[in-house]
Design a protein around this ligand. Structure first.
Ligand code: NCD
Length: 526
């Protein structure tokens, strides 16, 4: 399948490059103009018009706008729309996501729209169902669209938000200044903005949230990596005390259903800090527009009703745009249009570069001999420089993990000693006299558990082979890995059979492929 969009999934906004998103917006604009023209021939070009083309909605959390706008988009396409009822499906009999969706794909359904409490579901299903397509020799693979997963992302909301910002920017991509206000901690729509806003060339973001509702650090860092200028403020009141005020404000509601008791106790005080008051109106720059993914609470709205008739009401048009961008997204994934796209395409993840360095031992005249205590080792393995620089206690704990994950039980010992370069620094050494050399798979596994260490294979009293182990750029298919985010689809408590998968970031942290949670190197080990 060579179509640039057909059969693809959108688990996070970054699954589409900025060129691809700009293409979505151009198409959406053409559709909007066609609908406004009322010309049936122009409108018809945007329809799939195939009653057998299967679109499935699976909403495992409440929704009005996202669910109904996708439904209206499917009706526009004159496609076959089905919905899986969460109350009466086999999820309640303990069936896994993978089995459920393999079954629905077997009925020839092509596009799945999923909202769930668990994070990373669409990424997981995209991978698992690609294998299914291959197994069955299908010429197509199903697309998965994330309609909101826990506190993670909401990429199609991001598309309609960006489209509306652009409309209000007179289609100028050069710069945007936007204030994000509200529950930035739990709000998935604002998390998608960390990558989504890079559709603009220059981005200034002001984050307005009280301490417990602040944007998670990962997304703030991601905004900075994307070159955005980021400022933070604890309340609207504090924001309005300075003079550089954004002309676009994006509000989100406090997500009470995701808050713990500690935060819920403070809900009234927190709400006050993110609610727009009448007296603030005169402080806004001319032409300011307000947006909101909705819903807003009918009793305590962050955007109170007095704002509805004012020209700054952008949220009603924003919500109507939801159907339009979703019509275009579905049309692209169905392969209806998009062949003329010529910008930068999304790349699959590159192959893993090597992280096992073989150290040449043959040209060393004085081969280092390893002894465990007073006994020189003749045959076996020695893992050296483990966790260099950590405390003795940390090193001991980590050596315990290495032994248990690699099954290195048996003769030999684990030592904490000082490193040769610096007497103040500790390092760990595992001696296994008589142990067979490790297999390639085991060496890779060892690198994943203890990067920075060296592995010595000892034969006839000398180091026969030596490997320096670096941090792998990706870690998966290794037993003992686990994501610490309890909402992640790969978390062991959910028993979904998902192989945990981590990607090393430029900062050296490990990033979960499914939920984007950042881990230190040690945290990925169960
Ligand atoms: C949002 C959501 O569900 O993430 N709403 C939406 O999709 N339009 C925001 C919210 O629930 O607060």
């Amino acid at each position: 399948m060579n179509h640039p969009f057909a059969g693809r999934s959108m688990a996070v906004i970054n699954d589409f490059t900025r060129d691809e998103r700009r293409y979505v917006f151009t198409k959406t604009r053409e559709l909007k103009e066609a609908l406004e023209s009322g010309d049936p021939a122009r409108i018809e070009r945007f329809r799939i018009s195939d009653p057998d083309f299967g679109i499935y909605e699976v909403f495992l959390e409440d929704s009005t706008r996202t669910k109904e706008s996708f439904k209206n988009a499917a009706h526009f396409h004159r496609a076959k729309l089905s919905a899986l009822s969460s109350e009466s499906s086999s999820f309640n009999k303990g069936e896994s996501y993978k089995d459920t969706f393999i079954n629905l794909a077997g009925y020839d359904n092509r596009i799945f729209i999923i909202r769930s409490k668990l994070e990373g579901v669409c990424r997981w299903l995209e991978n698992a169902l690609s294998d299914y397509s291959r197994r069955h020799g299908l010429s197509w693979k199903p697309s998965f669209i994330n309609a909101g997963d826990g506190r993670h992302e909401h990429p199609t909301q991001e598309l309609l938000d960006e489209f509306t910002f652009l409309e209000d920017n007179s289609w100028d991509y050069s710069s945007i200044h936007v204030a994000l206000v509200g529950d930035l901690y739990h709000g998935r729509t604002v998390h998608s903005k960390a990558d989504g806003l890079n559709v603009f060339d220059s981005v200034q973001v002001d984050l307005i949230a009280p301490d417990v509702l602040e944007m998670p650090d990962y997304y703030v860092q991601q905004m900075r990596r994307n070159g955005f200028t980021v400022r933070t403020f604890p309340s609207i009141e504090a924001y309005l005390q300075q003079s550089h005020i954004a002309d676009k404000w994006y509000f989100t509601r406090p997500q009470l259903e995701r808050m713990g008791d500690r935060v819920l106790k403070r809900k009234d005080e927190l709400r006050e800090m993110i609610t727009f008051q009448h007296r603030f109106l005169s402080m806004l720059p001319e032409g300011t527009i307000f947006y909101h993914p909705l819903p807003r609470n009918k009793e305590n709205a962050e955007l109170p009703g007095f704002l509805d008739p004012l020209p700054l009401n952008g949220w009603e048009r924003q919500s109507a745009n939801g159907r339009l961008v979703r019509i275009i997204l579905v049309g692209l994934l169905a392969g209806l249009f998009g062949e003329d796209f010529s910008g930068k395409q999304h790349q699959e993840m590159p192959d893993v570069e090597d992280y096992i360095e073989t150290v040449n031992t043959s040209d060393r005249p004085a081969v280092k001999r390893y002894s465990e205590g007073v006994h020189p080792i003749d045959e076996g393995i020695v893992i050296d420089h483990i966790c260099r620089g950590d405390t003795a206690q940390e090193i001991r704990e980590h050596m315990g993990k290495i032994v248990s994950i690699l099954g290195l039980h048996g003769k030999g010992g684990e030592w904490v000693s000082t490193s040769q370069e610096s007497r103040e620094k500790f390092k760990g050494i595992i001696f296994r006299p008589g142990h067979r050399p490790l297999s390639e798979k085991e060496i890779r596994q060892l690198a994943a558990i203890t990067p920075g260490s060296t592995l010595n294979i000892i034969s006839a009293g000398a180091v026969k082979e030596k490997f320096r182990l670096h941090t792998p750029p990706r870690m998966y298919k290794i037993s003992g890995l686990s994501c610490k985010n309890e909402l992640c689809i790969s978390h062991p408590d959910h028993h979904e059979g998902v192989d945990p998968h981590f990607i090393k970031t430029d900062e050296g942290t490990m990033h979960c492929l499914y939920c984007d949670e950042s881990h230190t190197f040690k945290e990925v080990w169960r």
